[in-house]
Design a protein around this ligand. Structure first.
Ligand SMILES: Nc1ncnc2c1ncn2[C@@H]1O[C@H](COP(=O)(O)OP(=O)(O)OP(=O)(O)O)[C@@H](O)[C@H]1O
Length: 471
């Protein structure tokens, strides 16, 4: 019961709730050379857990081959109720939070920062892949933010390896989060499996669009999403979805958001990012914006180190269901058995013409349907700052009037022995959301006496409080 205390940690407050348990902030009761930091994040995973061992094994490997852009694992232990994973604490939140709160410097005003952040993401992913580890759930929620040791730089840390694998070919279709999933990862098209490496590269392409536009391009990578369908036919339709998309950004996407997995390249993505002068067409070039007075300074962005910026449990939901292995009876039956033949980013496509309104095959072919019904509705629901609640266990097809509903399996909350799943905390059902809606952003940041009940963390929090109190 008092294992945390015995191990030298005192829990301060819950940080957030993930699919598998609660993450708490704890400080060390005494420091040693091994435990240099004052604060740690402890992921408390309720037993039984399908992911604990795999995640810890992968985290251990990262501690042998440390990288500044991968979360640092400290130790793990367990009692009869929980597994505990002790991690370095990232006090400045995750990228999702920054995008959602609009306090992440935007593409127009801080283009260099977007470049820096994204290059760090690429570095972290590249290191991970060099160790033969593939994340499969890369998304802004899993990019935590910290400061460099000298306090001058914002450092991105890739976290949450609960869905990571070492398979070069995976058959776990539907693993990850719909909006970030590569098409071949989303559903089984030809029973050939998919490359998790290539799937990760696709995901970071989506993350880049999140960073620049605070939106997701696709609700899910299936042709029943009209925007994705158009993209498959002609990638330049992205210029319709994001009217201020720059040619530079498009060049980056040409390297990572290829529908054909084999064409995705992390190295080419990196080269294209380095070459970016402007992310959007509504800003000036990087050089003219970043002058001496306006130089990037993390402390301006990050404010007070003591403010816990991450993990407000009341943050607006960004619907990104994370299914590890969807049940056989799920949306699979509702999806077309095969994707249409996929076109790709065409190396020969002329991109020198005005990118704003490409006359694309998709646009021509779909002239008889209401584009608004798909695009407008889709964008409305995809805009990160105005998310629409979409309970996990109810029909969800807000993207297109014509799209059949996707029904999540009831069993997702039931017997999990046969169904390993990962739900982002923001994909909770309505009942859970009601519990969360009471808390406020300010309260979380300013009151140490956190009312955990208001944040839906009551169960775990009460147990953890008892451990501390009884100690
Ligand atoms: N080291 C950390 N420092 C600060 N906050 C953290 C840390 N680790 C996790 N968190 C917070 O806790 C949340 C949940 O953590 P994590 O994603 O590891 O759990 P999970 O149960 O695997 O979640 P998911 O539902 O995404 O699968 C994160 O989104 C983040 O807000």
């Amino acid at each position: 019961m008092k294992i945390l205390q015995k191990k030298g940690y005192k829990v301060e407050r819950p940080l957030n709730k993930g699919s598998y348990g609660t993450v708490v902030l704890a400080h060390r009761l005494f420091r040693t050379s091994r435990y240099k930091d004052a604060k740690y994040a402890i992921k408390c995973i309720r037993k039984p857990s399908p992911i604990f061992l795999d995640e810890v094994n992968i985290l251990r490997e990262f501690s042998r081959y440390r990288h500044r852009n991968i979360i640092h694992f400290v130790e793990s232990f367990e009692d009869h109720v929980y597994y505990y994973v002790v991690l370095e604490y990232c006090p400045f939140g995750d990228l999702y939070e920054c995008i959602l709160n609009d306090d992440f410097p935007n593409a127009k005003n801080q283009p260099e920062m977007i470049k820096d952040i994204f290059l760090q993401v690429i570095d972290g992913v590249s290191h991970m892949h060099s160790l033969g580890i593939y994340h499969r759930d890369l998304k802004p929620e899993n990019f935590l933010l910290s400061l460099s040791d000298d306090g001058n730089d914002l450092v991105v840390k890739i976290s949450d390896f609960g869905l990571a694998c070492r398979d070069t070919i995976s058959h776990d279709y539907g693993t990850g989060s719909d909006r970030y999933m590569a098409p071949e990862q989303f559903e089984d098209v030809d029973d050939m499996g998919y490359s998790p490496r290539a799937a990760d590269i696709w995901a970071i392409g989506i993350c880049l669009l999140n960073l620049i536009f605070a939106r997701n391009p696709f609700a899910y990578p299936n042709e029943r999403d009209p925007i994705f369908a158009d993209y498959v036919l002609d990638p330049m339709t992205l210029f319709d979805v994001f009217p201020t998309l720059s040619q530079d950004t498009y060049e980056v996407l040409r390297a990572c958001l290829c529908v054909t997995p084999e064409k995705r390249s992390l190295e080419k993505t990196r080269e294209a990012v380095i070459a970016v002068n402007n992310w959007t067409t509504d800003g000036e070039e990087l050089e003219s914006i970043v002058n001496e007075d306006d130089d990037f300074c993390p402390s301006n962005f990050l404010f007070d180190e003591n403010i816990v910026r991450c993990t407000q449990s009341d943050r607006e939901p960004l619907r990104t269901p994370s299914l590890l292995t969807p049940a056989a009876t799920t949306q699979r039956g509702l999806l077309p058995s095969k994707l249409q033949p996929l076109s790709d980013l065409d190396e020969n496509v002329s991109v020198t013409s005005s990118p704003q309104s490409p006359i694309s095959p998709a646009a021509v072919n779909t002239s008889d349907r209401s584009y608004d019904s798909g695009l407008g509705e889709s964008l409305k629901n995809m805009h990160i700052s105005k998310p629409t609640p979409m309970p996990v266990n109810t029909k969800r097809s807000p993207y297109s009037c014509s799209a059949p509903a996707i029904v999540f399996p009831n069993s997702i909350k039931g017997n999990k022995d046969h169904l390993k799943f990962g739900r982002s905390w923001c994909d909770m059902d309505e009942e859970e959301e009601d519990n969360l809606s009471i808390g406020s952003h300010d309260n979380f940041g300013t009151h140490d006496e956190l009312n955990a009940k208001d944040f839906g963390l009551a169960d775990d929090w009460n147990v953890l409080s008892q451990w501390n109190d009884n100690a």
